[in-house]
Design a protein around this ligand. Structure first.
Ligand SMILES: [Zn+2]
Ligand SMILES: [Zn+2]
Length: 85
């Protein structure tokens, strides 16, 4: 785990949201008008001025991996909630 800041050398796996600059680990919205500009799901409006029909959702993980991660998160949350009741 290093924290190098790339200077536009095609480091797509380190894509950051154009608005909040969080790393888009799971999914990013991309547009054909710019290869290195992405936005997280919450900030698609900050991506560019193109109509949303031009945007596409790019998954960083396969859907199976994403599903496994999400059910892990929700499973843990459910257990915590049950303990607090
Ligand atoms: Zn964002
Ligand atoms: Zn665009």
């Amino acid at each position: 785990m290093d924290s190098e800041v790339g200077m536009g050398d095609g480091e797509e796996e380190d894509a950051q949201c154009a608005s909040c600059h969080q790393y888009c680990h799971f999914a990013a919205v991309e547009c054909g008008c710019s290869d290195d500009r992405v936005a997280c799901a919450a900030h698609t409006g900050a991506l560019c001025a193109c109509p949303p029909s031009r945007w596409r959702l790019a998954f960083r993980y396969t859907l199976a991996e994403l599903d496994a991660q999400l059910s892990g998160v929700f499973g843990a949350a459910t257990r915590v909630g049950a303990l607090n009741q």
